[in-house]
Write a protein that binds this ligand. Structure first.
Ligand code: IMP
Length: 448
């Protein structure tokens, strides 16, 4: 049963708690639990008013038995769920469970490279990419923050899919006016860049993420607020696409292509208008009004542009810093940060993976854990839990809890390993921290 998960309370590391599975109807449980949060000295964290905790009825007994309701009720007013490995740890499911107790769920970085599979009360499956996982909870406001990159055709497709299944979106999703627009041509460029790299390719999702963040950083990107000025939009898009055409021989561009794209975006602009918002203002007003906010991280720290296994990373900041820059939340407002850890490790795309199980042996975990990408369908590389990488990730993010997922997948195996240290292959010397240098990484092996 892959739905099972465990929450490790770092303030009380002995308590390893089984939390819940999806499905089943929901009911309210009143609870005024004590706080079990321990924060670093000097950091004050805004607390929520005592919460009424909503959990699926099917999971209720287990949750009550182990006291996880206490932990959920004691979460801070602004909390976050982040990935601790190379993504696909099961963040979406935890966000979906927690969202029932939060007023706002917000995405702060990334785009449709993320893939979150969640289920409604009837067990219907929803594969979300950009829309925050809180969308199935009718009371929750979903925010796509300034740090995210927004591909409008994809967003509308997701919204249409949700609405055709009875999930209302208008008035419940806000898109930051500061977020950058990701155009189809960014996806084309993503493919061209990967082709250029040949065997050294990054193995991106080809969703245009890197090229869009490049436009943002090089400062010719187009933002959501620019959709309100279609007179200057044409010029901006022309500059952007010319830039791509001058760089890539295989990039087709002419006036007809520009005109068609502008016509499409005129329609998108109209449709998006009710969703556009100054989300920095909305979030900070919500904090003042004591509303609770849950930040949903995409990807994970080991894919972070600064802290990940560069260049085999994504182009945003999926670690704690990305919460502040991607939503305009001040660091002192942040409280609980929950790190989601899969009981083993998976990775999609190229790059170092010290505890990888190579060859056919990896198939056992892949099949048992159904490790195939939600976004691309690619088989995920599988390996053992890597404590060195996890410790590095904990240092960067300062988690208040870890949520251990998919532990049950390991029940299928006769032997389970855990990577506990790294050593240099040539002389066996211990490598004390997670190496930045890929050459050193190559000369390093995990010890179990
Ligand atoms: P990009 O984000 O599409 O540019 O891809 C860069 C790297 O991040 C590639 O190795 C992708 O496989 C990986 N990646 C991006 N998003 C996810 C995700 O949601 N889960 C797992 N890996 C991801």
């Amino acid at each position: 049963m892959t739905a099972a998960s465990l929450t490790l309370d770092l303030a009380n590391p002995v308590a390893l708690r089984r939390v819940s599975s999806h499905g089943g109807s929901r009911r309210w449980v009143g609870h005024h639990g004590p706080s079990s949060l321990r924060l670093p000295k000097g950091l004050r964290c805004p607390r929520r008013a005592p919460a009424r905790v909503l959990v699926p009825a099917a999971a209720l007994t287990a949750v009550e038995e182990i006291g996880a309701v206490d932990r959920i009720a004691s979460l801070s007013q602004v909390a976050a769920v982040l990935g601790t490995q190379w993504g696909d740890e099961g963040k979406g499911k935890l966000v979906d469970i927690l969202a029932r107790n939060f007023d706002v769920v917000a995405r702060c970085q990334g785009g449709a490279n993320a893939g979150h599979t969640i289920y409604n009360a009837e067990g219907k499956k929803f594969a979300l990419h950009l829309v925050p996982s809180g969308i199935l909870n009718e009371e929750t406001l979903c925010i796509i923050g300034n740090g995210a990159v927004v591909h409008l055709p994809g967003l509308f497709q997701e919204i249409d899919g949700l609405e055709s299944n009875g999930v209302s979106c208008e008035g419940r999703i806000l898109v930051s006016d500061r977020a950058h627009l990701l155009f189809d041509f960014h996806q084309v460029v993503d493919g061209l860049r990967e082709a250029e790299l040949g065997n050294s390719l990054i193995g991106t999702t080809k969703r245009g993420i890197g090229p869009c963040y490049s436009s943002k950083v090089i400062r010719n990107g187009i933002r959501v607020c620019d959709l309100r000025h279609m007179d200057t939009f044409v010029q901006k898009l022309d500059t952007l696409m010319r830039d791509a055409a001058s760089r890539f021989e295989g990039f087709k561009y002419n006036v007809d292509i520009l005109d068609k794209e502008v016509d499409r975006y005129k329609k998108f602009a109209e449709r998006l208008d009710p969703f556009i918002s100054d989300t920095v203002h909305v979030i900070n007003e919500s904090i003042l009004q004591k509303k609770s906010i849950l930040v949903e991280g995409g990807q994970a720290t080991m894919l972070d542009i600064d802290f990940g296994t560069y260049p085999f990373v994504t182009s945003s900041s999926p670690s704690a810093g990305g919460i502040c820059t991607g939503l305009g939340i001040a660091p002192r407002c942040l409280g609980d940060i929950i790190g989601v850890v899969k009981a083993y490790t998976t990775r999609v795309g190229s790059g170092p993976f010290p505890t990888e199980i190579l060859g056919k042996s990896g198939d056992v975990l892949r099949v048992a854990g159904m490790e195939f990408g939600t976004t691309t369908g690619r088989p995920r590389r599988c390996g053992w839990l890597d404590i060195v990488a996890l410790k590095y990730c904990c240092q960067i993010n300062g988690f208040s809890s870890l949520n251990l997922t998919k532990l049950d997948v390991l029940s299928e195996l006769s032997e389970i390993k855990i990577g506990i240290s790294y050593r240099r292959k040539n002389d066996g010397e211990k490598v004390e921290s997670f190496p930045a240098d890929l050459h050193l990484m190559e000369q390093t092996q995990a010890c179990f």
